[in-house]
Design a protein around this ligand. Sequence first.
Ligand SMILES: [Zn+2]
Length: 223
Amino acid sequence: MAQRIDIGREGTQPFTIKAEGVGSLHAILTIDEQNRWWIEDQASKNGTYIRQEDGSMRRIQMSEIKPMTFLRLGPDNAFGCSFYAKQLVDSGSFLEEHLFLEEKAKEYEADLEKLEKKIKRAQLLSAVIPAVLAFAIMGFPFFKTLILNLGVAEQDVSTYLMSARILVSGVVGGLCRTLIDGNKWKKQLKEKFELFAQCPNPQCSHTLSVSEIHDMRCSKCKK
Ligand SMILES: [Zn+2]
């Protein structure tokens, strides 16, 4: 038999919604005879969103969802209300959500470890490349011939070579340091992880830290 749950401040969902920006009847969840889940926005002012695989939230009118689809009603996590669809029929226990978050945290930690190795390799290269270039300029007769061909007097060649060496290692070294921005890379990875790290409790909008996820407990709402 089909099941219908009205979602909103005056909805029939098993938890209260007081969040700003959520309508009295904001959306409707229907579970059909084939046990497929459908959510339909009820022309709400601030929208109904579902989370995509990349972590972004997409505004929908009507969409098929899964019990573990992460939903948001209203403008954003700080003011809206967000929860896993499962809470609409199976409220109170957050075990499945915590297990999902634990998987995400493990993926994040593995990615972070890989990234740290990549940063170390890149930093090593950025030290080696300018040194090799500087050595090449001083060590190979080709560069001396090149400078002589430009019309530089023999006694000034070593000064020119030295300047070229300082210039090249400075520019290349600087370029490497700009390109290898380990902190920026780590920040981007963390931001992507945080798109998934919301507390599963519909009444809480806390972004969980990795250690909270490992403890399976939100420090804000204690769920
Ligand atoms: Zn919480």
